[in-house]
Write a protein that binds this ligand. Sequence first.
Ligand code: ADP
Ligand code: MG
Length: 354
Amino acid sequence: MEKSEVLGWLSQVEHPGKEDKNIVALGLVRDVAIEDGRITVTLAFPRQPDPLKQYIAGAARAAIYRNAPGGTEVEVKTVVKEPSKTAPKHQEFTLEQLREVSNIIGIASGKGGVGKSTVAVNLAVALARLGYKVGLVDADVYGPSVPTMTATEDAVIEMEGEDEEHSLFVPIEKYGVKWLSVGHVSQAGQALIWRGPMASSALKQIILQTKWGPLDFLLIDMPPGTGDIHISLVGDIPMTGAVIVTTPQNVALADVLRGVNMFRNPQVNKPILGLVENMAWFTPAAHPQEKYYIFGQGGGEKMAHDLDIPFLGRIPLVQDIMEGAEKGEPIAMGSRPDSLAFLQIAQEIADKSL
Ligand SMILES: Nc1ncnc2c1ncn2[C@@H]1O[C@H](COP(=O)(O)OP(=O)(O)O)[C@@H](O)[C@H]1O
Ligand SMILES: [Mg+2]
């Protein structure tokens, strides 16, 4: 017995609902297996339940019994066809919710741990203190830290809109800033959005499916590094510019260069607003007058010069900044010298953007 023979027998079975069409021509025969005098046929039906399934399976079995040598065992299995993979059902994102946002600024770094989130959160607060309308998206899928840094871990993100497909996230308002983190959204039983085919589309969703309203600045705390997620994000979100955060070490130059190139690549071509040097020096709480340049002095400024990008300023390594981050009370709220450093950089960014 040959497969083609069995298919020939099956092509005598007509589909009662379709004139002059046999089940082979209709593509209902998914598989024919022949083994040791046993024939197994699998029929795939487009929908469940199919009222004709039993009838067609019976007719197929009968056609084989009629033609096959005596003693052949016959099994006809039925399955339901999966929906076509070429047309996945997923939502189209539009830029509608960013319509009233004047500046979208990516806060990036070549690698993690340089204080990118600390700088992003404090710059958001500082821009708000300068009188601008500000939002911040924490897009760091690897380690969202904005909920902790703003003490909003327990906040429940509200959804607004008629139905699930068209509803919008409502960002959390605190310290004069609208915050939304992948951390907020993945808690709160809303992990459903992370089912998307890739994290990058989930990220686009929290940026594009959020009710931002009118904003002067939307800061995006990008994930560390320069991989696919970044390129997709930079390509699909209409960023107006980027701020790169680094520590002063020489070794950071290669990382910073990768970060810069991500925005300078000809397809993206977004301006780099400048470089922020974080942890520029260490000042112990007990000796506020002293500056220890533990990672070397002037590294950030030299990097900015070498890469031909503006130098926006320095932030020292001080205990208050770390404690503020841990308590969820960004230091840029206060009036200490370190708070003023953030206000100055925020002013520089505003001057370069507006
Ligand atoms: N200028 C600073 N002074 C003191 N601690 C800092 C400073 N910048 C960052 N940190 C601390 O360093 C750690 C990493 O900072 P974070 O902003 O989370 O980095 P990144 O987002 O680049 O991974 C945090 O514990 C943060 O509180
Ligand atoms: Mg971070």
